[in-house]
Design a protein around this ligand. Sequence first.
Ligand code: GLU
Length: 509
Amino acid sequence: MTEEITTRPARTRYAPSPTGSPHIGNIRTAIFAYLWARHTGGQFLLRIEDTDRKRLVEGSLENIKDSLLWLGLDWDEGPGKGGPFGPYVQSERLELFQSVAKKMVEDGTAYYCYCTPERLDAVNKAKQAAKQAPGYDRRCRTITEAEKDAALASGLTPTVRFKVPLEGVTTFRDLVVKPLTVENSTIQDAVLLKSDGYPTYHLAHIVDDHYMEITHVIRAQEWLPSAPLHVMIYNALGWTMPAFVHAPVILNPPGQKGKLSKRDNAVSVSQYQELGYLPEALLNFLVLLGWSYDDHTEFFTMQELIEKFDIRRIQPTPAKFNLDKLDWINAHYINHVLSVDDYARRCLPFLAESGVISPETAADPGDKWEFIRAACALVKDKVKILTEVPVEIDFLFKPGTDLQYPATDLIGKNDTPAAAAQVLEETITYLRQIPNETYNDREALLAGLSDISENKLHLKNRGLMLWPPRVALSGRTKSPDLMGMIITLGRDETIARLEQARQNLASLG
Ligand code: GLU
């Protein structure tokens, strides 16, 4: 029987296996579990499920912790925090699992299995040939003492298998997925304890969820087919099952489209971090993969999520992973939520990573801060991810003499070299003579240049006036706002770049 949802404080857990940096689909269950614990005023636990020794990846624990903390998901009990039900790493709890398995054998709800991997393989092959579903034939339920002794004498260490009650049916009830009923006889006598003394997931999570007093298990839907087996194990142990939510499958998960870009192939939280996604945006995006508050709210702060999150609104139907939506959410946070200071501060590591500034400057910008801040601000309303920032603004940090561009780029549409040169000349003259207040005022600058365009040079449109200086300052035909560049680069550097452009044009002859 699943426990009904109550308003009492929930104890939830995120139970990753340390097999690398958490996949962003996987960490979604941590978000759900975290929010439900916080919403109900309960506790969120981190438990490391490292019983599959072959799949361990070094450094995973740090990566898991970093990923959770980066997303703002702090745990109340678990590695690094301790807690009353520790240790929270399964390999440090082997005695407990072994004693539960032993007790189950004594109670008659589990049995030792002496079958060798070769025999199991042969059984599967025979079943396959007979067009039967693969699986163990439950032979060791009825093994004789003599056979047992022979197996032990050969040095074999038995596994412990669950003794599925073969009569009747078992129903698993989830809080969001519809009930699942199975014929008991179709369920495998799953291994609970392996011959290496480590438990399987089936035993370990049940023991830990019980002793850690977990009230709600939120896990991926891939575990749903095993859930009736888990009901049987809970029954065999005489324990009450926590409430369960199987979070929906994510369709088109990242990294499976076979595309070549780093962005298309990113799968782990740390890869998204490296690409310049913001933790609050990634969190906001992930929480909407299978959960919604209503049919229209798209943006939530962590505080709002904690207030509004209800596990009963997790959807049972698959959720679609849409990278464009993630970009859209990330851009929203960059453009509309972050302050300029906050945004520029977050750009620092990306500027250093791409060599635009030094790591020392990134760590302590000192008197370079104002310039960096202004440069980043120029593209705040344009970029979707922070790795785009250095690409957009690196030319501001290089000496003007390093800009490489064909002089012909300076000539705007329908323009001539002479006309472009004249525009540059007028711009230089104008920028030389205006007072600082005008120089640093975007609107005033634009008005000044427009006035020259219209009343002095009589150009057909203002674009012809703004084009040559834009290329002169950036070396590009697409650049951030011209007035912003003029102000950010400052008068000396701006005029030097304009002068240089004039010479480049002259070289066209
Ligand atoms: N270690 C399991 C996994 O990573 C945990 C599943 C669960 O949350 O119970 O899939």
